[in-house]
Design a protein around this ligand. Sequence first.
Ligand code: HEC
Ligand code: HEC
Ligand code: HEC
Length: 432
Amino acid sequence: MFKKLLVATVAVGCLGVAGFGTLAWQPAMAPIAPPATASFAPELVAKGEALAGGGYCAACHTRKGGERFAGGYAMETPFGAIFSTNITPDPETGIGNWSEAAFARAMQKGVSRDGSHLLPVFSYDHFTKLSDDDVRALYAYFMTRTPVHATRRPNGIPFPFNIRYLQAGWKLLFFRPGRFEPDVTRSAEWNRGAYLAQGLSHCGACHTPRNLLGAEKFGNAYGGAVIDNWVAPPLTAGNAAPTPWTHDELYDYLRTGASKLHGTAAGPMFPVVQGLRALPDSDIRALATYFAELDKAAERLPYVSGAVSLAMSSTLAKEGAPIDPDARLYITACASCHYNATNAPLATRPDLSLNSAVHLADPSNLIQVILRGIGTEEGMPGVVMPAFGDALSDSDVARIAAYLRRTRTDLPPWPDLAVKIAAIRRQYEAAK
Ligand code: HEC
Ligand code: HEC
Ligand code: HEC
């Protein structure tokens, strides 16, 4: 894997050196004196604040326990750890002496003020779609934050991946710069959803699989991908859940962190829901409209009631058979909360026969949720699923996962449960 990457990157690098000198070389932009807070209209700053939420800038630009937007958050990539930058208006260590033009170039072209190319872990390949007005509002918001002096941590990426000049080759191959182009054949709401999904909220950054060079695969938008030992499920008709992600289900999930017929936004999806809170309901509806069309919810709608009654009956029937020792373990550990006394699933108590985690080809999300639980803040605010990491052994977790797969789906057993549990257990212990 590494060798392949190396060969490919060196090849890209050679291309970069041979033909693309002009693209690769970007001038430094002159530093400016930090603009006065009063020079930005309060409405523009407020608009920028909402956009910063919808783009989750804080999630990546704030390290654990650190000051908001002061950077230093480590992102693990196959190429090594990359640390985010300080985007508070500190003139020395942040973006205090960046002009609006320099900021816009970073967002829309992935080039830093000093002319160096930025790495695509910063989602500039999506932010390039942002309108100039939205970039102006973001600039106003960041330039009016309290400056924090925080020097950038050097990246841990090895040679030759650390040569920023080579990023020009990557850009040439994979980067399509340019503002969002509305599709005039569709509604304004659909276009707003597309703008947010493809641009500001960069849903594809996690939900679209990437190639060996870390670029999203153009032909497989939202086809599902693995991130940090979690699966970001497909948002297309290929989604594994027994009931489709309809407009209403998507709206509930993105607005509140949970939906009745699916489940909860946990793990890396939680900061997304948290960030989206800054956007108005109309924007969340627009996202729901865009994705409900993409996953062909309307065509799958007739199957909903059947899937729900099947799920309810399997929940009730299977727990009634305590001779099965795996069922007994499930009843002891899980069924006090995950049962359904009525025929209507509740968001506060996800029905596991309907949950994607049990239906995905990869058991990671189910294992993650069992080990880590879901805190008060995550998923639905105020509702908790306890962490079983310390209470259940790896083999107990494997038994429960296999039991749910066997009794709640007609899919083949997961072949790699033990390996996945061990890997996620290591991650869980390290994060303690
Ligand atoms: C997925 C994580 C992630 C998100 C989300 C994110 N950034 Fe970043 N950003 C980074 C990383 C990592 C870098 C450093 C890239 C590098 O070293 O090449 C960066 C770099 C930048 C830079 C260039 C700073 C410099 O000194 O060169 C700016 C400006 C920036 N981000 C603004 C934003 C804004 C505004 C948002 C929200 C709309 C945002 N970022 C969202 C990870 C992220
Ligand atoms: C930082 C990575 C990341 C980003 C960005 C992201 N997602 Fe997710 N998403 C995930 C992960 C991981 C899960 C699985 C979470 C779970 O099962 O609790 C998920 C789950 C989902 C689900 C539930 C799917 C299912 O079948 O259970 C939906 C719907 C969804 N995301 C929509 C979106 C939309 C819309 C956006 C953009 C507004 C988005 N996501 C952005 C990582 C991400
Ligand atoms: C004390 C009650 C309780 C127990 C016990 C419990 N859960 Fe949960 N579980 C919840 C709640 C509540 C949620 C929804 C959390 C939220 O929205 O914050 C949840 C969510 C889930 C989800 C959905 C995650 C998603 O991303 O959609 C899965 C899967 C899950 N639990 C599996 C289990 C398994 C397996 C067990 C037994 C090992 C278990 N739970 C035990 C209360 C519980």
